[in-house]
Ligand binder design. Structure first.
Ligand code: ACO
Length: 311
């Protein structure tokens, strides 16, 4: 049963008030936010890798400049989100160690490889498209620092989504070889993009409590449905084919019926067995180890300065 303090907290949430870092909050609320914001931050950081893979191979200077800017934005998003998590009393180093030791997750999507230039289109269009679908409602989430971080992040994500769709348009309306690359990228990213929203509602362990706390604004299946409904007309516009043979407009519900992703594949990726999990973690470990001298140098400098101040 709720204590009077918990009840008063829930009433603040129900009134739509923002919770700020120094306010009282239940331990579970704090823990859930650290988990979700931390995973979100890790996703932004790990999410630089599949696209970083193509910066040196972008087909034109303009495409390279756009991709470079986008990947740098992802780094910025990761940093805002680590800062938002720090307001809950967990340090960035602790979060990083939890990622590197496999105690925290990052989005399943980033364990899939980016094989061709068309994948840069598919990632921007579908992956960032799915990310925005989830993040726009999070601008209204109950925790102030998280909600405010989402405002800026969503603006930048919209640009990412548009640049991805622009690549897809060029490819889909290009030569036959380019059109095939675009179709192949869609074929490979469709179901992994649907998995980004998380397991189906019946298997989503956190949804009920997170929605009561307004940490989450929608269920996983609600957002997945919205994403499919938004994306199908775009597939048609591109003249491409959805890889789900059973997708069909359902006039009664005013949305598409579609096949569920292969959930055994999803849970297998979460357990570390996706095509790129080992590579991604190795890249993050290497970045952490290669950066040790910078952190050590800064700490030594800070220690020297504070010794001088004390003297
Ligand atoms: N990839 C990896 N893990 C996932 C994914 C996914 N796509 N979806 C769900 N999970 C995990 C959950 O973290 C949870 O595991 P945990 O208890 O060990 O943390 C488990 O699967 C069960 O899922 P849910 O109970 O549905 O989890 P939750 O309520 O956290 O919902 C969701 C998942 C929708 C991803 C939520 O955490 C969220 O909205 N996060 C913020 C947005 C975000 O992280 N976006 C990253 C996308 S990519 C990008 O923005 C660059």
């Amino acid at each position: 049963e709720m204590s009077p303090q918990e009840r008063a907290f829930q009433e603040r949430i129900d009134r739509g008030e923002k919770i700020e870092p120094k306010d009282w909050m239940p331990d579970g609320y704090r823990k859930t936010l650290i988990r979700q914001i931390g995973q979100h931050a890790h996703s932004e950081i790990v999410g630089q890798l599949p696209e970083g893979n193509w910066i040196t191979r972008a087909p034109t200077l303009e495409r390279k400049a756009i991709l470079l800017a986008k990947v740098q934005d992802e780094a910025g998003h990761g940093l805002y989100l680590y800062c938002a998590a720090e307001t809950l009393g967990v340090s960035r180093d602790e979060l990083t160690m939890a990622l590197l030791e496999g105690r925290m997750k990052y989005s399943s999507i980033f364990n899939y490889p980016t094989l061709t230039w068309a994948d840069m289109g598919a990632v921007g269009w579908l992956v960032d498209g799915a990310a925005i679908m989830n993040q726009v409602p999070l601008q209204r989430t109950s925790y102030g620092p998280y909600a405010r971080a989402m405002v800026r992040i969503c603006k930048e994500e919209s640009f990412h989504q548009r640049q991805g769709f622009d690549i897809m348009m060029k490819m889909a309306k290009g030569t036959e070889a380019q059109r095939k690359m675009a179709q192949n990228a869609l074929d490979r990213f469709w179901f992994p993009a649907l998995m980004m929203f998380g397991p189906s509602d019946k298997d989503s362990v956190h949804s009920a409590q997170s929605m009561a706390w307004r940490i989450k604004m929608n269920t996983n299946d609600e957002l997945r449905q919205k994403f499919v409904d938004q994306t199908m007309p775009q597939i048609d516009y591109l003249g491409l084919t959805c890889p789900d043979p059973d997708i069909a407009w359902n006039a009664d519900k005013g949305g598409y019926d579609f096949s569920e992703p292969d959930w055994s594949e999803f849970f297998d990726v979460l357990r570390g067995n996706g095509p790129c999990n080992a590579d991604r973690m190795q890249a993050r470990r290497k970045a952490w180890e290669d950066g040790a001298w910078v952190r050590d140098g800064l700490m030594a400098h800070a220690a020297k300065k504070s010794a001088q101040m004390a003297a």
